[in-house]
Design a protein around this ligand. Structure first.
Ligand code: BDP
Length: 702
C-alpha cells in the first residue's frame, strides 16, 4: 500500500504542471538543456538596457529568459549592459548605422558593437520585432556570436480578419467561440487578449479586424466602441491596431437616417461624426473593412452609386484621423449570368484611379473563393493606380476545417510568387502588393477560444506562416515550416526532418484528394466540409458544384477560354499564354480553364479519367504516409499533442477516402470508363455517398 502511494506521489511529481495543450503556441520558453549554450547566453544577456516605453519587449524578455535560461534578466543602465535595445541613439558602428538608415519604420537591426549586442530600430515597434527575433534565435539555440541581422517588413499592412460575430459565433470558425468576450468587455480583460497580441507581434502582424465582414452595425454604437477600445488598449503596446467592419447601412440601422446613400450630405455627416467618435475612444484606430453589395450585404449600389462612391465616402470620414478603408473586391451578383470568376474584375477594373488614397482594395487570392487551388486573381496587376491587399484564408473553410492537417504556406506562396505579367513579365503578385506604400495582406483568422487557439495543433502553423510571409513574401515555405516546428516541438532534428517535408506536402495532398487538376467548388453545400460534386439546383447556379465542374459525357472542366466564358482574357497576355492551350496548360489548372475530353492524354501518359482516379488515390496514400510518419515520432512528441494529432489524422484519412470514393463514383457516371487496374473500388454505391451529411458543422452561417 505504502509503495503504491509512493509511486503515485512520484507520478505526480513527474507530471509537468502545465499540460502540453498547445496554449503556448510557438512562444515556448522551456529551459535550454545544452549547458554550455545556456552559459554562453547567460554571459551575453544577463544584463539588459532597454529604452523606456518598451514595456511589451521588456515583459517578453523577462518571460522568455526566465524560462529559457532559468534566470530573470536584470535591467541596467546602458553602460553596464550586455544587450542594448534602443532606437538610433548611441550607435557608432558604421555597419549597424547604415543598416538602420536603410531599415523602414518597423524594421530592426541586430548586431554587435564593442562587445555588446544591440537591437536597434527607428521606432519602438521595430525594437519589439527585433526583440522577438532574438528570442526566437535563442529558442532555436542559435549562436549569437557575430550575429548581424537587418530586417524590414515589405508590406505595410499585415492584418488578421476575424469573422467573429457579436454573439461570439465565428463564421467559418472551427476553433470554438470568438476570443472576444463582448458581454464582459470593457470591464473584464481576459489575460488571453495579451497572449494573442504577443503571438501576433512575434510574427509581425500589426493589425486586427475584430468583427465579421458580414457586419453587424451595432459594433459601431457607443457601448460596443468602448468594448473595442478596451481591446485596443491591450494591443497598443504590441503595435497592433484595431479595425472594425462597417455595415454600409449603419446610418439607417443605428443612426436613424432614412438612407445610407453615400452621396447624401446627411449620410456623409453621420460617418464623419462616427469616425470622430471612434477616434476619441481609440486614437490609433486603423479604419474600416467593408463587404458591400456582396452576398446580400448592403452597399452603394443599392442607391445606384458605384463601389468607388461608397469607399470614398468612408475614406473621407477617416482621412483626417489617418484611418484607411479596406474595400473588398469579393463581389458577384446572381443577376449577372456571367462566369462568377470574371465578375470582380469586370466591376473594379474600370474604377482604377477613382479611389481616394486611403482606400485599399482587398482582393482574395483567387477569383472564386479560397479553394484548395486557384490561379491568382486577375485584379492583381490590373489596378496599377490602386493600393491592393491580398486576402487569404487561414481558417480552413474549404480545406477540411480544423480537422485536416494542411500547411498553407505553399498555397500563399504559389500566389505571391505568381507572375502577373503586368505590365511585363517578372512582376509577381507580391511585387504588385509592394508597389504601393499602402499595400498589404489580410488573413481570415483561424483563431478561437479553444485552448490551443486554432483547433488542430498544426493549424497554428498557418497563423505563424501568415505573419512571416506578410512580413517577407520572399521567404520559403520550407524555412517557415522548419522554424515553426522547432519553436513548437523543440529542436530535435528527427522531428524537424520528419515534419518539414510532411508539412510541405500536405497542401498538395489535400488538393489531390479534394480538387485535383484544377477542379474547384465541388464540396458539400452550406458548411463546405466533405465532397459534394453532385450539388445542383440551389437558389443560385454559382452556389452549386455542377456549375463549376461541368462534367458530361464528353469531358469535364470549365471552359474559360475564348470558346467559353473567356475569363482568361482578364489576364495579361503572358499569363494567358501559359493556360490557353489544353495541350500545354499547366495541369494544375487544366480543368479550371478547359473542358477536357475524358480520353485527353496527360503528361503522365494516362488519359484524363485515369489521371483523375490516380490523383484522388494518391491523395489518400499521402494522408496514410503522414500517419506513418507521425507514428514514428511517438518517442519524441509529448503524449497529449501526439494523441491529438493521431486522432485527427485518422479523421483526415477517413474523410480523404470519402472524398476519393464519392468523387470517383460520381464522375464515373459521366466518363463511363472502368476504374484503372488495382484501383480501390468505392466501398458503396454513389447513392450512399450522396446521402452522407455532416450535420451541424460549426461556422456555418444561418
Ligand atoms: C465565403 C464564405 C462566407 C463569407 C464569404 C466572404 O463561405 O461565409 O462570408 O466568403 O468572404 O468564403 O465574404
Amino acid at each position: 500500500m505504502r509503495c503504491w502511494l509512493l509511486l503515485l506521489l512520484l507520478g505526480f511529481a513527474l507530471t509537468p504542471l502545465h499540460a502540453e495543450d498547445g496554449y503556448r503556441l510557438w512562444l515556448r520558453y522551456d529551459a535550454i538543456k545544452d549547458q554550455p549554450k545556456r552559459q554562453q547566453y547567460l554571459s551575453q544577456l544577463s544584463s539588459i538596457y532597454i529604452d523606456d516605453e518598451n514595456t511589451a519587449a521588456k515583459n517578453e524578455l523577462t518571460i522568455a529568459l526566465s524560462g529559457l535560461l532559468e534566470k530573470k534578466p536584470v535591467f541596467t543602465p546602458a553602460a553596464s549592459a550586455g544587450l542594448i535595445i534602443t532606437t538610433a541613439k548611441n550607435i557608432s558602428d558604421k555597419k549597424i548605422k547604415s543598416a538602420l538608415t536603410a531599415a523602414n519604420d518597423e524594421g530592426y537591426v541586430i548586431g554587435w558593437q564593442h562587445n555588446k549586442l544591440f537591437i536597434t530600430a527607428n521606432t519602438n515597434a521595430g525594437l519589439l520585432y527585433g526583440t522577438f527575433r532574438l528570442i526566437q534565435l535563442i529558442q532555436q539555440n542559435e549562436s549569437l556570436n557575430n550575429l548581424f541581422i537587418t530586417n524590414s517588413p515589405s508590406l505595410h499592412h499585415r492584418i488578421l480578419n476575424h469573422w467573429d460575430n457579436l454573439d461570439r459565433s465565428v463564421e467559418r470558425g472551427y476553433a470554438g467561440q470568438s476570443l472576444w468576450k463582448w458581454h464582459l468587455l470593457p470591464g473584464y480583460i481576459d489575460p488571453r487578449y495579451r497572449d494573442y497580441a504577443r503571438a501576433n507581434a512575434s510574427v509581425g502582424i500589426n493589425g486586427t479586424v475584430l468583427t465579421n465582414v458580414n457586419a453587424n452595425a451595432r459594433v459601431l454604437t457607443d457601448t460596443y466602441l468602448k468594448k473595442a477600445a478596451a481591446l485596443a488598449d491591450v494591443f497598443r503596446p504590441y503595435h497592433i491596431r484595431v479595425y472594425l467592419t462597417a455595415r454600409f447601412s449603419a446610418p439607417i440601422e443605428i443612426g436613424g437616417l432614412r438612407t445610407a446613400d453615400p452621396l447624401d450630405p446627411e449620410v456623409k455627416r453621420w460617418w464623419k461624426n462616427k469616425a470622430a467618435e471612434i477616434y476619441q475612444l481609440i486614437p490609433d484606430f486603423g479604419g474600416f473593412l467593408v463587404k458591400a453589395n456582396s452576398e446580400g450585404q448592403p452597399g452603394p449600389q443599392d442607391y445606384q452609386r458605384s463601389h468607388a462612391d461608397g469607399a470614398n465616402m468612408l475614406a473621407e470620414a477617416l482621412a483626417p484621423h489617418g484611418g484607411i478603408v479596406m474595400w473588398r473586391a469579393f463581389v458577384y451578383s446572381h443577376e449577372t449570368p456571367d462566369d462568377r470568376a470574371k465578375q470582380a474584375y469586370t466591376e473594379f477594373k474600370p474604377l482604377d484611379g477613382k479611389f481616394l488614397p486611403n482606400v485599399i482594395l482587398q482582393v482574395k487570392n483567387g477569383a472564386i473563393d479560397f479553394q484548395p487551388r486557384e490561379p491568382f486573381h486577375p485584379l492583381f496587376g490590373a489596378m496599377p493606380q490602386t493600393p491592393l491587399m491580398m486576402e487569404v484564408q487561414l481558417t480552413q473553410e474549404y480545406l477540411g476545417a480544423a480537422s485536416h492537417l494542411v500547411y498553407l504556406a505553399p498555397l500563399f506562396k504559389e500566389v505571391l510568387d505568381a507572375d502577373t505579367y503586368q505590365p511585363v513579365a517578372g512582376n509577381s503578385v507580391a511585387s504588385v502588393l509592394q508597389k504601393n506604400k499602402n499595400g498589404g495582406i489580410a488573413g481570415v483568422a483561424n483563431i478561437g477560444d479553444e485552448r490551443n487557439w486554432c483547433g488542430h495543433p498544426f493549424a497554428q502553423s498557418n497563423w505563424f506562416a501568415f505573419g512571416r510571409l506578410a512580413w517577407n513574401p520572399a521567404i520559403s515555405s520550407k524555412e517557415i515550416a522548419r522554424e515553426w516546428i522547432r519553436l513548437t516541438f523543440g529542436n530535435n532534428a528527427t522531428v524537424a526532418n520528419t515534419l518539414t517535408p510532411m508539412l510541405l506536402q500536405s497542401r498538395e495532398t489535400a488538393v489531390n484528394y479534394m480538387t485535383p487538376l484544377g477542379l474547384h467548388h465541388i464540396m458539400a453545400y452550406g458548411h463546405h466540409y466533405g465532397p459534394g460534386p453532385w450539388v445542383a439546383n440551389k437558389p443560385r447556379a454559382d452556389w452549386t458544384s455542377v456549375y463549376y465542374h461541368r462534367a458530361d459525357s464528353t469531358g469535364i472542366g470549365f471552359d474559360r477560354t475564348a470558346t467559353g466564358s473567356n475569363a482568361l482574357s482578364q489576364y495579361a497576355a503572358g499569363a494567358q499564354r501559359q493556360w490557353e492551350n489544353p495541350a500545354t496548360c499547366d495541369e494544375k489548372f487544366l480543368l479550371w480553364f478547359h473542358h477536357v475530353p475524358w480520353n485527353h492524354r496527360m503528361q503522365s501518359g494516362r488519359n484524363l479519367w485515369e489521371e483523375i482516379c490516380y490523383r484522388y488515390n494518391t491523395g489518400v496514400s499521402e494522408v496514410r504516409d503522414m500517419q506513418t510518419k507521425w507514428h514514428k515520432l511517438k518517442p519524441y512528441i509529448d503524449e497529449e499533442r501526439f494523441e491529438q494529432v493521431r486522432m485527427l489524422l485518422n479523421i483526415q484519412e477517413e474523410n480523404a477516402v470519402l472524398w476519393r470514393d464519392a468523387c470517383v463514383a460520381y464522375f464515373q457516371t459521366f466518363s463511363r470508363q472502368p476504374l484503372p487496374a488495382n484501383y480501390p473500388q468505392p466501398a458503396h454505391s454513389l447513392d450512399y455517398y450522396q446521402q452522407q451529411n455532416f450535420y451541424y458543422m460549426p461556422g456555418n452561417p444561418g
